[in-house]
Design a protein around this ligand. Structure first.
Ligand code: SF4
Length: 218
């Protein structure tokens, strides 16, 4: 098992450089009804079903560094109403992320898809300065045990995900939590007692199915 905060520090050395960050792709997608997407490299978790793991967990071999201004320009070129950073975990390289949001025109809504582990109070407070921000926290379990099984990380860090939601609430940042319904039973999900919880479905690539079987998850 690993500590996802320590892993974050290690990965940041590979994917963050001054205010720049490493990305491997920019694309226009149909998510949320039309969303320009930058796929970043690096993550502080190792989820068993991670569809992007080959790239995201091996940031040394691919991609290149982009400044916040370059990222914004590339995303705005797609002329989509919504903008997001996907692929890996956007809250690695914290300054870079804030500078990207700050550089966007006020009418461009930025959707932050995050596992929430690195969202501490200071950072959430800074994020609350931006009106064009919507945060979606992807829960990796319904309790410590399931979080450990899914991510391979120490179970106590599940609390960080819930804490992130509390902080977003406290600082009145628009947000919601999302969970993969295929992996947990309904009763356990309901016990979380989270309003506006979004149900996602797992894309069951063959490698995902095998990995879930190996960890006795399905
Ligand atoms: S948090 Fe997302 S990017 Fe990171 S390992 Fe899990 S699924 Fe992959």
């Amino acid at each position: 098992m690993y500590n996802p905060r320590e892993l974050a520090e290690k990965v940041e050395k590979e994917v963050c450089s001054n205010n720049s960050r490493k990305y491997y792709r920019f694309r226009s997608t149909n998510f949320y009804g039309g969303c320009a997407t930058a796929d970043c490299l690096g993550c502080n978790l190792r989820c068993v079903y991670c569809w992007a793991q080959k790239k995201v967990w091996n940031p040394k071999r691919i991609g290149r560094f982009y400044s916040p201004a370059e990222v914004c320009q590339k995303l705005l070129n797609f002329k989509q109403p919504l903008i997001r950073i996907s692929g890996g975990e956007p809250t690695l390289c914290k300054n870079h992320l804030l500078l990207v949001i700050e550089s966007l025109p006020k009418n461009a809504l930025f959707i932050l898809e995050t596992n929430g582990i690195l969202l501490d109070e200071n950072y959430v407070k800074l994020m609350s300065n931006y009106d064009n921000l919507y945060v979606r926290v992807s829960l990796k379990g319904v309790d410590e045990r399931s979080f450990e099984k899914i991510t391979g990380a120490e179970g106590k860090y599940f609390a960080n995900q819930l804490k992130a939601l509390e902080l977003l609430n406290k600082y009145k940042i628009e947000h919601r939590a999302a969970i993969l319904v295929d992996l947990f039973n309904k009763e356990d999900i309901q016990k979380l007692n989270l309003p506006n919880l979004e149900y996602e479905s797992l894309i069951k690539y063959p490698f995902v199915k095998n990995a879930l079987k190996d960890r006795n998850i399905i």
